[in-house]
Design a protein around this ligand. Structure first.
Ligand SMILES: [Zn+2]
Length: 422
């Protein structure tokens, strides 16, 4: 036979049977199981993306929970929907559990809701386009498909795995203690958490910044503008607001990894401000009595958050003549700090990826990643995020997922879960 023909045949065979010498026989069986079921992934994704489950569509969130619940129950997990009180305005969570005693006890995290209303789905080549394809329904399915492959390879038996898919990840319900009770309880009975938010290139997430909203209410004396700067009138609320923001900018910017974003401001004689809009009225010959500012604060650790809050409160308290200001912080997502324990889970994923011939996995820059549910339980749990699907434009129209990456992502998730549960 012509050497080139032999080369072609060899090349063809090696695409059929990639070199996976680093895998055990059972691991090869798991990978084969992920391949065997890959064909239905796109249809399953379409089915769940066609359900509109924006956070405030409580019926839609519930429907997604029911759909995933059936799939997880078929794998032998006990599943239930854990509703949240109506006062929270959130639907609730899907909780599923496989009971066992083997290896590490895992907590697998996904969510049911999307930021934008959804319901539409289309394909363009290997791209699946629609709200939730990437964040996070594609990721939820990567998790379910990995578990299904483990079940098919008969290695799910006696593993201890809890799946929590929250119904309000994109818009957290309050109070937190109520809305994250299920996640906290699951974490207490687990050793390691794996989260299936979008995979970004050949990286995984060992750290996420925390985020918190803040609001400042500034009051000043009011009257005829000609008296501003006088001891009786002082500075007015707008000058005071400008001072506060300028000092935030110069003082807080030096904290490494921190961002502080004033997002919305209204000032004048009368003001009103809600979550996403505000109104103000005033005349040029009247000193501004009221100014309100809203924004967010993102920090890399609980210590940095405390330091930032201390500095912000000190700045707000200084006050120009005849003004006062009050800052309030709204509890938000804690930071997930970069720890050796999280790095150790990353090292496991890195080995899995290399052993599958998909190359090394490195840590993603936490500054570039938004807040997420995994931060509520890590610490204390060692955790890794970014195990979901690859894609883009999350939280934007035309959000997409790359279906071509599914075999890789499902195989590595399955193998990681397998190795951790031995
Ligand atoms: Zn998400």
């Amino acid at each position: 036979m012509h050497p080139r023909a032999i080369g072609l045949i060899f090349g063809f065979l090696s695409t059929l049977c990639p070199a996976v010498a680093a895998l055990t026989t059972i691991e090869e069986k798991i990978v084969a199981a992920t391949r065997a079921q890959a064909a239905t992934f796109a249809d399953d994704l379409e089915r769940v993306v066609r359900i509109d489950s924006a956070t405030d569509n409580l019926a839609g969130v519930r429907q997604v929970a029911d759909l995933f619940g059936v799939q997880l129950a078929a794998l032998g997990l006990t599943t239930r929907f854990a509703p949240l009180p109506p006062s929270t305005g959130r639907a609730g969570h899907l909780v599923a559990e496989h009971r066992g005693t083997k290896g590490k006890r895992l907590l697998l995290i996904g969510h049911l809701d999307t930021v934008l209303p959804g319901g539409s789905f289309r394909r363009e080549g290997s791209r699946a386009i629609g709200s939730g394809t990437n964040d996070i329904k594609g990721g939820d399915l990567v998790m379910i498909y990995a578990l299904r492959a483990l079940r098919a390879a008969d290695v799910l038996a006696d593993t201890q795995i809890i799946v929590v898919m929250t119904g309000d990840e994109e818009s957290l319900g309050r109070p937190l203690t109520t809305c994250r009770e299920e996640l906290f309880a699951a974490a207490q009975r687990s050793d390691i958490a794996l989260s299936f938010e979008g995979a970004i290139g050949k990286t995984a997430t060992v750290a996420r910044r925390g985020s918190m909203n803040w609001e400042i209410d500034v009051q000043g004396a009011t009257g005829h503008s000609s008296a501003i700067f006088s001891p009786a009138m002082g500075a007015g609320s707008i000058y005071e607001a400008a001072r506060i923001l300028q000092e935030f900018y110069t003082d807080l910017r030096s904290l490494d990894g921190l961002t502080l974003n004033p997002a919305l401001i209204v000032g004048g004689t009368e003001t009103a401000l809600d979550r996403t809009s505000g109104t103000a009225s005033g005349k040029t010959n009247i000193t501004a009595q009221s100014t309100r500012i809203r924004g967010d604060l993102r920090t890399v650790s609980a210590d940095q958050l405390a330091e930032a809050q201390r500095r912000m409160e000190a700045i707000v308290a200084k006050n120009l003549p005849r003004t006062s200001a009050k800052i309030t912080f709204r509890e938000g997502y804690p930071a997930m700090p970069d720890t050796p324990a999280n790095r150790a889970v990353l090292a496991q994923l890195d080995s899995v990826s290399r052993d599958l011939d998909y190359g090394p996995i490195t840590a993603y820059d936490p500054r570039a990643r938004g807040a997420g549910d995994v931060a509520f339980i890590s610490p204390p749990l060692p955790a890794l995020d970014g195990l979901g699907i690859r894609g883009g434009l999350s939280h934007a129209p035309n959000e997409w997922a790359d279906l071509a990456t599914v075999p890789e992502l499902v195989a590595r998730a399955a193998l990681l879960i397998y190795r951790l549960t031995r």
